[in-house]
Design a protein around this ligand. Structure first.
Ligand SMILES: Cc1cc2nc3c(=O)[nH]c(=O)nc-3n(C[C@H](O)[C@H](O)[C@H](O)COP(=O)(O)OP(=O)(O)OC[C@H]3O[C@@H](n4cnc5c(N)ncnc54)[C@H](O)[C@@H]3O)c2cc1C
Ligand SMILES: *[C@@H]1O[C@H](CO)[C@@H](O)[C@H](O)[C@H]1NC(C)=O
Ligand SMILES: *[C@@H]1O[C@H](CO)[C@@H](O)[C@H](O)[C@H]1NC(C)=O
Length: 425
């Protein structure tokens, strides 16, 4: 590659999962003038990727993601690599009822096709025998066991990767100086830079939009991305309970919730599979995140909390009514077909897009940036580029690929919300 190209200025908007992996892989490839702008310092307190744990699984109906996930997993679990010590091979139980069974069955088929151990059906008595702590009746569960999945310390993963990028010369700017407010274009609609909240403008020969669920506040995405909020709560286990629950697998019912084994400090994370949107009128009719940083009094929706606790009664009833020590609505940008949006903008030259994590993007942190850089260089495999292209009006072509069949509900229609919605940005 020409050295002039490697020294050309590149601006990345957003230093979450997609932005960090892009910065890291640009530096690795020899790019020397890379700047990451983020509203918050790493790890951004509003980044979807900033979390105590995330699932790394290879189960996907789509062979592309099974392949990417197994490549990523090899790096996550390398005891001598960047992420040493962050990978916890707990396995997982995927629960499905009628509506999500096709997703699981398609994943099994895809695993078999690639020679990966597929998940297998596991009866409730076997669950009780193997993991006595999970003593619920598992009502509504068709349970599949997969030893292939693990959880990783997500926050520490992003921090380590960002630190490596910084060591390699990437500049990180946060606060009002990193809070992007407006993309800048020249007279020919070429994207030339970005203006931040403090008035500073940054110019680059490529501008990468990696602002996650909030990307729609900077660019008309033509309805492609819907910001969806995931309700999450943490509970604190006692040391005896940690002992009791520490070897349980991840429990993920695709129509109920997800629950992780306790961390060393006894914190257990539980998340809802009923997502929320925020179609506030003030936001031009698109769903954008409603961040707690802008709305400090926000709690979690009571309706969703109640459902989540009811779901916990089916698997870990002894924990179903604990106080939360922390709650959060965590926002991600969803594409209707769950493929990422990693592409050049169709009309604004030099504007590159890397968003659309669609509730499953974190696990690819170690490898995804390699593909984003290929997209920027114009060397991305055309088959992958086709899946990640700019595609307004795209729909889920095949019901089988929908892992989250529950329709999202709008925060503004929920009791306790609605009256005081302000623009989050
Ligand atoms: C609760 C929850 C659980 C999940 N679980 C999993 C899982 O188990 N496994 C998995 O693989 N995936 C999981 N995901 C999905 C995964 O976290 C996301 O797909 C992924 O993190 C998206 O990365 P991103 O970089 O697009 O967004 P983010 O990580 O959210 O990063 C966006 C960044 O942009 C910054 N930003 C926003 N607006 C601006 C602005 N105007 N100017 C400057 N900076 C800005 C933010 O501060 C943030 O740092 C989960 C998501 C959630 C919410
Ligand atoms: C990076 O690019 C910017 C914008 O062109 C320029 O002002 C700056 O001097 C460059 N920095 C380095 C280290 O090359
Ligand atoms: C815009 O395009 C015109 C016609 O090709 C060209 O003459 C002009 O220099 C371009 N402007 C910029 C800022 O590149």
């Amino acid at each position: 590659m020409a050295s002039s190209q490697l020294s050309s200025p590149i601006i990345i908007i957003g230093g979450g999962t997609f932005g960090t992996t892009t910065a890291f892989h640009l530096a690795k490839k020899g790019y020397t003038n890379v700047t990451v702008l983020d509203r918050f310092p790493v790890p951004s307190l509003e980044a979807a990727g900033n979390d105590i744990n995330k699932v790394v699984r290879t189960e996907y109906p789509e062979p592309l993601y099974t392949k990417l996930a197994s490549d990523a997993r090899d790096i996550w679990r390398d005891p001598n690599g960047l992420f040493a010590g962050l990978y916890n091979p707990s396995g997982w139980i995927i629960g499905a009822t009628d509506r999500s069974t096709p997703f699981v069955e398609a994943s099994i088929k895809s695993a078999k096709g690639l020679g990966v151990d597929p998940p297998r059906l596991v009866p409730t008595d076997e669950i009780h025998q193997q993991w006595p702590a999970m003593n619920g009746g598992f009502q509504g569960w068709k349970s599949y066991w997969s030893p292939n999945a693990a959880w990783v310390n997500a926050r520490e993963g992003i921090v380590r990767m960002a630190r490596e990028a910084m060591k390699a010369g990437v500049r990180y700017i946060s606060g009002t100086a990193g809070f992007a407010k407006q993309l800048l274009y020249d007279e020919n609609q070429t994207c030339v830079g970005v203006k931040c909240a403090d008035g500073t403008a940054y110019f680059g020969s490529q501008i990468v939009l990696a602002a996650g669920a909030a990307a729609g506040s900077l660019l008309d995405l033509e309805g492609q991305i819907v910001a969806k909020g995931h309700t999450v709560g943490h509970i604190q286990l006692t040391p005896d309970e940690v002992e009791k629950y520490k070897s349980i697998p991840i429990l993920d019912h695709l129509e109920g919730g997800i629950l992780f084994p306790p961390q060393e400090d006894g914190i257990m994370k539980i998340g809802a599979c009923h997502f929320v949107t925020n179609y506030a009128k003030s936001l031009n009719g698109i769903s954008l995140p409603r961040y707690r940083s802008d709305n400090p009094k926000d709690n979690i929706p009571a309706v969703i909390e109640a459902r989540l606790r009811k779901w916990m009664e089916t698997c870990v009833p002894d924990l179903a009514h604990r106080e939360w020590v922390e709650t959060r609505i965590c926002w991600d940008g969803d594409m209707p077909d769950y493929h990422f949006l990693i592409t050049s903008h169709p009309t604004h030259k030099n504007l590159k897009i890397a968003i659309g994590g669609s509730a499953h993007g974190f696990k690819f942190l170690p490898v995804l940036g390699k593909y984003i850089v290929q997209m920027m260089d114009g060397t991305l495999d055309p088959e992958i580029a086709q899946k990640w292209k700019w595609r307004p009006g795209a729909k889920l072509s095949d019901y089988e690929t929908n892992p989250h069949p529950e329709a999202p509900e709008d925060l503004n229609d929920m009791p306790g919300w609605g009256s005081d919605i302000k623009s989050p940005l």
